[in-house]
Design a protein around this ligand. Structure first.
Ligand code: AHM
Ligand code: MG
Length: 335
């Protein structure tokens, strides 16, 4: 990658004026995510070399094993955001409750809360498959200078001011939006700098990839079963190709570049699906819409759902607009 590409730091400064609120606080916040991403990237990349893979012997609120790297990434992001005194609250997949940040400064004027999945797809870590970090940023709704409350976190996705992900893949990328399209930055590991490599990312309107865990097929709603059969049918530009990494960030990233749909539906075993609304689906939905794609729970726009709890789960249909709409058509007929 040549030096003429803009760095993420330069991009943030140049585009600060286009943010809805221009105090520079959001820029500092994105900058601190950039910093934590580099630290986590360093650790993820040496996962095979040192004794860091495996479980930490603990479980998170959903009763899942926490991998050591989940814990590490969680600590790093929380540490960075806390130390730099930028946000007033953080919610994380790895924390049972939200964290209220008491600034040293009595007149803490911090306005932003961050919701984060520090290391998504962590079952892929010990087999050297891409994992990711997902983040979502809101302005608090309770008065500045007071401790944050749950309602600061339970805002509709449409209220997000920024969202993004980091994919730790064959190369490490940070992809984010502040509501003015989606831009992707690739890390040059030799010098530790992110460069703008994918300006104005957009989902192709149509795609030929469907990403769904077909192992759960028998438990899927009839609408999803019929849509999968439709994808496999020998007709027009079909059959489509099936690609499922089991790492939301990576599946989303590939589908945005190549055109495709990601589906994690409800099932007879799990009435609300698996993915978490606040720190997985909402940020991805915001990115999808900013990239001309679409995201719904099969019926309703994800960003319009009013959350009622921090770790709420929701069925997720996300990707190329026409593909999501086709899947929704099947869902309406056979919910
Ligand atoms: P996690 O937050 O525990 O890592 O779970 C989320 C992940 C997504 O990245 C991925 O798309 C999905 O779970 C895969 O689930 P499954 O193995 O059930 O197909
Ligand atoms: Mg996750």
């Amino acid at each position: 990658m040549s030096r003429k590409n803009k760095t993420l730091g330069e991009y943030i400064i140049e585009n600060q004026a286009s943010f809805k609120y221009t105090s520079g606080e959001l820029s500092r916040l994105i900058n601190s995510i950039r910093l934590a991403a580099k630290v986590v990237n360093h650790e993820v990349n040496k996962a095979g070399l040192v004794d860091i893979i495996g479980t930490a012997g603990d479980t998170n609120i959903q009763g899942e094993d926490q991998q050591k790297l989940d814990v590490y990434a969680n600590d790093k992001f929380i540490q960075t955001l806390t130390n730099r005194n930028i946000v007033c609250g953080i919610a994380s997949e790895e924390e049972d409750d939200f964290i209220s940040i008491n600034s040293q400064d009595e007149n803490n004027q911090n306005k932003y809360v961050v919701l984060i999945d520090p290391l998504d797809g962590s079952s892929n870590i010990d087999v050297n498959v891409s994992v990711g970090t997902i983040f979502s940023i809101y302005r608090r709704i309770t008065p500045v200078g007071t401790p944050v409350k749950i309602e600061d976190f339970l805002q509709k996705g449409s209220e997000q001011v920024a969202a993004g992900y980091i994919v730790y893949g064959t190369s490490t990328m940070l992809v984010y939006t502040t509501g003015h399209g989606v831009n992707g930055f690739t890390l040059n590991p030799a010098i530790g700098t992110f460069y703008l490599s994918h300006p104005n990312m957009e989902f192709p309107k149509n795609g030929r990839i469907y990403s769904v865990n077909e192992g759960n097929y028998t438990h899927f709603p009839q609408g999803v079963k019929n849509y999968i059969k439709y994808c496999q049918m020998e007709e027009e530009d079909r059959p489509y190709t099936s690609r499922y990494i089991g790492s939301l960030v990576s599946d989303f990233h590939r589908n945005m570049i190549k055109g495709g749909v990601y589906i994690y539906p409800k099932s007879s075993k799990n009435s609300t699906g698996k993915l978490r609304l606040l720190y997985e689906c909402n940020p991805m939905a915001f990115l999808a819409e900013q990239a001309q794609g679409k995201a719904s729970d099969g019926f309703t726009r994800i960003l319009d759902i009013k959350p009622n709890e921090l770790h709420q789960r929701v069925p997720f249909f996300c990707g190329s607009k026409n593909m999501v709409e086709k899947a929704e058509e099947f869902m309406r007929k056979n919910p």
